[in-house]
Design a protein around this ligand. Structure first.
Ligand code: IVH
Length: 721
């Protein structure tokens, strides 16, 4: 067994229980593993694990080192960066807290804001104009830069607003951040602003990462955050980050007495400032700037998500002060969902892993809010006809036809939707869309089933080809290897398609016999186009690393209808082991028996899910595939979660806005650890909303529905960690 394998085996042993020998072996393994990840990040620019997983490896390394200081390796990971125990970065306490902004969603909110400011200051109209600045709200991450006698001494992320991470070495690699300020600069200054990535740089970076077989960033904000929070500054240096200065922290002297002049000063000192910033004297002017910026949004080469208004006079800012963590003198006026008209060029039918035929709108590419949209989901055939989920008319009952001019809406990261059709522009020859009744991938019949229990006809038409359908088989495999399932590094959609086409991997178990078969094969993986000895070896290692896997991931990977990540976790927790789970699912076929009742009694599992599970296990070819897979893979026993005494046990929680102390995945995991259910949308069923800075429509909805809203810090206080 190699050091790495031995180390990986120990990974589940609590640090307190490690023996000296075990600790030494694991430190050795971690050093190798971290070095390998550093290499992938650094030399190949193609990280194969998430930042969170990487941080977890470093945290474990540091914790073992803390317990066995004499075993610390001279050339180990901690020797290479000045890593603090918690996150790999040292901490910096902000001399002046880094605040967030309150949001305004419409013109009235802006009126109210200015009214509040005037009332607070007793600044009545007779006293003249109240000047405010208006500038784009950049969608990046904030950074505080400290200069002493004009020289950059440190750079810190916002963190929790009070303490941030020391990212000085990384900040020094950003060309918009001067090392030495020019002109007349006070002795101590802290310049604050936004780190962001321009669209064209983001696209080039993603193309590079994809070409190297790595994962791509979802949007420029994530790319900027991921690039700034690299433990190796050489990697940050290779990422094209930019910076706009717009605020400040501690200053030994304030060179100017208005916001606009201060920002101009930053430009004189050598910073980039946003050219769209304007000084306004009335609410009307503010709104004019807002609409102007909104219109130019699509042409900007960076993401913005609103316009920030700030009281211009600094003495007034001082008097206004703060409410909780936001200044009373500033507000962010957020943009509404973006809309634009374009032409529907075609309707394509995609076949999913459960055989669902999903129509996708192929659009004449159009920029909506700075993002080029060329596809939109059309859900199902009723949706195309203008019929909603419950038979109600949608888009005024207008059906969609190829050639139509359609209105696209895109809100935040949500998938674009077609919200309307301009019938005046419908071409005379446009015909109603004929939804196929055979599968476009395999030619099998595609049917709309009747739900036995409700008697309703399913909105989704499904291919009946099962495993003979190449689209279903490959989609199932793609799901199986995906990030939240088996998460096999270097085994993505591209590899699934290629291996399936060549008959190398037709079912999940084949993935795990690939190496063994490769040894005997005439044409080896390493000799295939696009592969080499190293990449083939890495792939086999990545596959082998997943031979034991958490039970919930295993269940999720099977791609059973209605069994998403959440249900997979519920099932894993309820049954504890694969044996108990699979036996129960087979036994649950008898709807009069105990196993069926037990399954339905699991909190969160309803009849539809229960039916889907029983159906899956009743299918002989599913059981055959499972038997073959279980010869290769061992699902781990599930950890029993004790959420007793948790203040959020059984509650439904929604996280919204940008979280600063944890990633979305961490937040979700943490809530689940405390027995809560995490939902993506706010409804009457929501018990608690945790809102970070920049929270928008979900926050508003929570307020409308009177749902309790707390901050991220409030969340940590609540769950006591
Ligand atoms: S001013 C005291 N100006 O928005 C107020 N913030 O929700 C300091 N942001 O954390 C912030 N563009 O990351 C300000 N032009 C701008 C901004 C901006 C983006 C971000 C910043 C802050 C968040 C507040």
């Amino acid at each position: 067994m190699s050091d790495m394998d031995a180390g990986a085996e120990l990974r589940n042993v609590a640090i307190e229980s490690l023996t000296r020998d075990q600790a030494a072996a694991e430190l050795q393994a971690l050093a190798q593993e971290i070095a390998e990840h550093d290499r992938r990040y650094h030399q190949e620019d193609a990280p194969t694990i998430s930042d969170a997983d990487y941080d977890a490896l470093r945290r474990r390394n540091n914790a073992i080192e803390a317990r066995f200081p004499d075993l610390v390796l001279a050339d180990g990971p901690s020797a290479q960066v000045g890593a603090a125990p918690a996150s790999g970065f040292g901490k910096i306490a902000h001399a002046v807290p880094m605040l967030s902004l309150d949001n305004a969603f419409d013109d009235e909110d802006v009126q109210d804001f200015v009214g509040r400011v005037r009332r607070f200051l007793k600044f009545d109209p007779l006293m003249g104009a109240l000047a405010l600045t208006a500038e784009p709200k950049i969608d990046g991450l904030s950074l505080s830069l400290r200069y002493e006698r004009g020289k950059l001494v440190h750079a810190a992320t916002r963190g929790d607003g009070t303490t941030g991470e020391n990212v000085t070495a990384n900040a020094r690699t950003i060309k918009d951040i001067p090392e030495q300020l020019t002109g007349d600069v006070p002795d101590e200054v802290e310049v604050r602003g936004e780190v962001y990535m321009a669209h064209k740089d983001f696209q080039a970076l993603n193309a590079r990462m994809e070409a190297n077989g790595g994962k791509v960033f979802a949007n420029p904000r994530n790319a900027a955050a991921g690039s700034l929070r690299q433990l190796k500054s050489e990697i940050t240096a290779s990422r094209p980050l930019r910076f706009f200065a717009y605020a400040w922290g501690e200053m030994s002297a304030l060179p100017k007495d208005t916001q606009s002049e201060m920002v101009q000063c930053f430009a004189d000192w050598g910073f980039q400032i946003n050219p769209l910033m304007k000084r306004c004297e009335t609410v009307e002017e503010l709104l004019e700037v807002y609409h102007g910026i909104e219109e130019s949004r699509a042409q900007l080469d960076y993401d913005i998500d609103g316009v920030v208004y700030k009281v211009d006079r600094l003495d007034l800012q001082e008097r206004l002060g703060f409410v909780s963590r936001s200044p009373r003198w500033a507000i962010a006026h957020k943009f509404p969902a973006e809309q634009a008209y374009t032409v529907l060029n075609d309707i394509e039918i995609q076949v999913g892993r459960t055989g669902a035929l999903t129509p996708v709108a192929k659009l004449e590419p159009i920029t909506v809010g700075g993002v080029v949209v060329s596809n939109a989901t059309l859900h199902n055939e009723d949706y195309i006809k203008g019929i909603g989920q419950d038979g109600e008319p949608i888009r005024g009952g207008k059906d969609l036809r190829v050639g139509d001019t359609v209105k696209i809406q895109r809100a935040g990261d949500v998938i674009p939707q077609i919200v309307d059709i301009d019938l005046d522009k419908r071409p005379a020859e446009a015909q109603p869309f004929e939804f196929p009744t055979v599968c476009p991938a395999c030619g099998s019949h595609a049917v709309r089933e009747e739900n036995e229990k409700t008697g309703r006809i399913d909105a989704i038409r499904r291919c009946t080809g099962g495993l003979i359908c190449p689209a279903q088989a490959t989609e199932k495999l793609k799901h199986f290897v995906s990030r939240n399932a088996f998460d096999i590094e270097g085994f993505g959609d591209k590899q699934v398609d290629a291996f399936y086409q060549d008959g190398l991997v037709m079912a999940p178990a084949d993935i795990f016999t690939l190496e063994e078969r490769d040894k005997r094969a005439l044409t080896k993986l390493r000799n295939r186009e696009g592969w080499g000895a190293v990449s083939a070896k890495n792939l086999f290692e990545a596959i082998n690393a997943r031979r034991d896997i958490d039970l919930n991931r295993f269940i999720f990977a099977l791609g059973i209808r209605h069994v998403g990540e959440g249900n997979a976790k519920l099932l894993a927790r309820a049954y504890g082991s694969w044996g108990a789970f699979s036996n129960a699912m087979v036994a649950a076929h008898d709807e009069a028996g105990e196993a069926w009742t037990d399954l339905n009694d699991i909190d969160g599992i309803g009849h539809i899910v229960a039916d889907a599970l029983v159906e899956f296990f009743a299918e002989a070819h599913n059981r055959d595939q499972l038997d073959a897979l279980l010869e290769q893979v061992i699902p781990r026993e599930a950890e029993k979660i004790d959420a007793s005494g948790s203040p959020v046990a059984g509650k439904t929680v929604v996280f919204t806005g940008s979280l600063e102390r944890m990633t979305r995945d961490e937040a979700k995991a943490m809530a689940e650890r405390f027995g809560a259910k995490v939902s993506g949308s706010v409804s009457r069923k929501t018990d608690l909303v945790v809102a970070g800075p920049g929270a928008g429509s979900k926050l508003k909805k929570a307020q409308d529905l009177d749902v309790e809203v707390i901050s991220e810090d409030g969340w940590f206080d609540l769950v006591g960690s």
